[in-house]
Ligand binder design. Structure first.
Ligand code: ACO
Length: 427
């Protein structure tokens, strides 16, 4: 343990332990703050609050570092595949061949989604946003897998994890196929995890599915880059929902809803819509930069800025390079990519963005790749959810295994003091 932190208030001194993480991050442990001082802390948006100790993901926003279980994101994106990364995040170590094969076999064994689920999907209008559909379907899965709710052993936990890893890609694919009016198929257990996802999404009823290595590799890499990002909005939602001992699936459903917002995962859809609007408007990037800087204009440069990164988001660097490669490999020329690069160049030199340390985030270039892979814009955030699945699972599992208490923040009440009730006719 490090030194103690001392709080002085009204002539009294209170001591609190200082906790040091494995990467030398320091935190004041205020667990006894209220009982010893009668006070609480106030931190809207939890900008200074550590909600847990976690051994899953490390990120240093100043240096632009992101690691899963100690492995640099750059190395994982280049050398690992998504299923290996999922195993690493959830169980803490890279799997050997035997462990990975067993994990995959267990997933394949659970890849069936009850046919009745199709009726639930059927009830949605085609125009429903896929994120709302995905969140509802993930929650609805509980009715067909009731044993996944009350977890009383690690074995039960493992099978809940395997079940959702197996069924979630089916739900993702069905969500898209419903919108496109395509039949709802199941996967092919002879394929790899990501290839199977791709086939389930894109297989046409009257055409043989032919895989494309460039496409599968790009998709795999995008999923890895999105797989975890410590205590962000959706992950915190998953943890806090699960902290009431609500089951894994419903905690994930809550996380999907949180991810949907344009300030979080929904930014990837918002970025592409913004780039398209700029293109339609003649491609004047400076005009949109000025809008973003104008405090009277609600417009924000989507895909820029991050709560934690005050330097380049390392995922954005990888995705930018991948966007160039994938478009060139697939022989696609997309004017949107040039607009994005132009916007980035102007922003990186503009004092407004420099002063506030606003850099492109993971969402700035990801939509361009998704678009090149034929994924509809409204499905972008669903793809993010697909990638984030193992991270959410890992965080939920860690929270349960550590026996964390129910999440329940306090508040500073600023409403009316006690007052007498006024009958309706006297108001
Ligand atoms: N465009 C213009 N100005 C911005 C932007 C932006 N994208 N982002 C932040 N700013 C400005 C704010 O207006 C504020 O300026 P001020 O100090 O003059 O008031 C300053 O930068 C700090 O911004 P905050 O909103 O206080 O920063 P916060 O950490 O709360 O928000 C967020 C981070 C939500 C990501 C924000 O940067 C944003 O809205 N970005 C656009 C949406 C986006 O890309 N979200 C995806 C994030 S990555 C992810 O979730 C996967």
């Amino acid at each position: 343990m490090k030194d103690k932190a001392i709080l002085e208030y009204e002539g009294k001194k209170y001591e609190f332990p200082v906790v040091e993480g494995t990467e030398k991050e320091l935190a004041i442990d205020i667990k006894t703050l209220r009982s010893s001082t009668g006070m609480i802390t106030l931190d809207p948006g939890y900008k200074n609050t550590g909600s847990c100790e976690s051994a899953i993901t490390y990120l240093d926003g100043e240096k632009g570092i992101l690691r899963y279980r100690g492995y640099n994101i750059e190395e994982l994106a280049e050398k690992a595949d998504f299923l290996e990364t999922a195993y690493l995040l959830i169980f803490g170590e890279l799997p050997n061949k035997e462990e990975l094969d067993k994990f995959h076999d267990d997933i394949k064994h659970e890849s069936h989604v009850d046919e009745e689920m199709k009726k639930i999907l059927d009830a949605f209008p085609k125009s429903a946003h896929p994120m709302g559909v995905l969140s509802s379907l993930t929650s609805a899965l509980i009715a067909f897998n009731p044993t996944s709710v009350n977890i009383s052993s690690e074995k039960e936990m493992y099978y809940s994890i395997v079940r959702i890893m197996a069924k979630f890609p089916v739900l993702v694919a069905w969500t898209m196929r419903k919108q496109k009016g395509l039949p709802l198929d199941y996967g092919d257990d002879s394929l790899g995890y990501v290839e199977n996802l791709h086939k389930m999404m894109f297989k046409r009823p009257n055409k043989e599915y032919v895989n494309n290595k460039i496409v599968i590799d790009a998709l795999d890499q995008l999923l890895i880059l999105h797989a975890d990002h410590e205590q962000n909005c959706s992950t915190s939602t998953v943890r806090i929902t699960g902290s009431s001992h609500a089951g894994l699936f419903v905690s994930l459903s809550a996380g999907i809803s949180a991810l949907w917002g344009p300030l979080h995962g929904g930014a990837n859809q918002a970025v592409l819509e913004m780039l398209e609007a700029i293109e339609e408007d003649g491609g004047d990037t400076q005009k949109y930069m000025n809008k973003a800087k104008d405090k009277d204009d609600p417009f924000r440069l989507m895909g820029f800025g991050h709560r934690v990164y005050k330097n380049f988001d390392p995922r954005a660097k990888i995705i930018k390079r991948a966007a160039d490669e994938v478009l060139s490999d697939l022989g696609i020329e997309d004017p949107i990519l040039n607009i994005a690069k132009g916007l980035e160049k102007v922003a990186l030199e503009d004092s407004y963005f420099v002063k506030r340390k606003l850099y492109p985030n993971v969402d700035f270039y990801s939509g361009i790749i998704y678009r090149a892979l034929g994924i509809p814009t409204e499905m972008f955030t669903v793809m993010f959810a697909m990638g984030r699945l193992p991270g959410w699972i890992a965080q939920w599992r860690e929270m349960r295994l550590r026996g964390e208490p129910i999440g329940r923040p306090r508040q500073v009440y600023i409403g009316e003091n006690q007052r007498p009730f006024v009958p309706l006719k006297k108001r």
